[in-house]
Design a binder for this molecule. Structure first.
Ligand code: GUN
Length: 291
């Protein structure tokens, strides 16, 4: 079993980006600048956004964190987005999801200028991704492609089973892996909560991408020997033995599934750190495009 080490890979990518940023600065070019907007006080979201800002510092990007209170109106948030759209110093920005219930998420995503949409969530960018045109690929699927590439996991002709059809992970992942690209050319089955014979399908998988958000859902009896497993789940479960009061669980029962795996991502330290590296990559791309 080979661990797909997201921490190490993400660190390697950040080192590569650091070098590029140093060169941009040396050439008198603009320093990449990422902004993040967070609305409300969700603990996990705050942690993620904090990590994104910290990563910007590490690679030499500029960063701006916009923190808005829970009761922020949709109108105020849309005005904030317009400001970021029009601010030439900001190369790219994200609005951390989920948003408070009184705000229409789709409306917010649509308000972001596609050229600054480093999350790749705007329909224009999703459409380009689906057509295999150059665009911002959202950080989580992009990070998974990168992990598979760097560990030389063969995808061409393989059967990939994706569990979960979210707009952020399952759906783009299934599209990307089926495309004619370096990491792609797979036969992809996308499954979800209405799939009736899931185990029958996962047992045929060379690669499983578990992105449904149910802790330890994928068990050893559901996979064949030498499977590659990508665990996108990250659920906080109460654990009073931890200082934080919780521990993180993936969608895969790691201890038992890893015994049958050729490659597997751990949680934490697998897909999670990769998403941050790829967000930086998209921001660098946005900056170079606007230069
Ligand atoms: N919430 C969970 N994942 C993401 C992400 O990749 N981007 C944003 N903006 N919010 C998220």
């Amino acid at each position: 079993m080979i661990l797909l080490d997201g921490r190490k890979t993400s660190s390697d990518i950040k080192d590569e980006i650091t070098l590029e940023v140093a060169q941009l600065k040396k050439d008198g070019k603009k320093t990449p600048h990422l902004a993040a907007v967070i609305v409300g006080n969700d603990g996990a979201s705050k942690t993620y956004v904090g990590a994104k800002v910290k990563a910007c510092n590490r690679v030499g990007f500029e960063s701006t964190l916009v923190e808005l209170p829970e009761e922020t109106t949709e109108e105020t948030l849309l005005a904030q987005i317009e400001e970021l759209n029009n601010n030439d110093d900001i190369d790219g920005f994200i609005v951390q999801l989920p948003l408070p219930k009184h705000i229409d998420e789709q409306k917010v995503i649509m308000a972001v200028n596609p050229d600054k949409d480093v999350d790749g969530f705007h329909p224009t960018n999703v459409g380009k991704m689906a057509l295999n045109l150059p665009t911002f690929i959202s950080a989580t699927p992009f990070g998974i492609l990168e992990l598979l590439e760097r560990y030389k996991v063969e995808t061409s002709g393989k059967h990939v089973v994706v569990i979960g059809r979210s707009h952020i992970v399952g759906s783009p992942m299934s599209i990307l892996l089926s495309q004619k690209r370096t990491v792609g050319n797979a036969t992809v089955t996308i499954t979800h909560s209405r799939t009736t014979n899931l185990k029958e399908i996962t047992l045929q998988a060379d690669i499983v991408v578990a992105a449904l958000g149910i802790p330890e859902f994928l068990t050893a009896d559901m996979v064949k020997e030498n499977v590659t497993v990508i665990d996108v789940g990250i659920t906080r479960v109460e654990d009073n033995t931890k200082k934080s009061g919780y521990r993180l669980l993936g969608d895969v029962a790691f201890d038992e599934v890893s015994k049958k795996s050729a490659f597997i991502t751990p949680v934490p330290g697998g897909v999670g750190p990769m998403t941050i590296a790829m967000l930086l990559k998209n921001t660098l791309l946005a900056c170079k495009r606007s230069n």
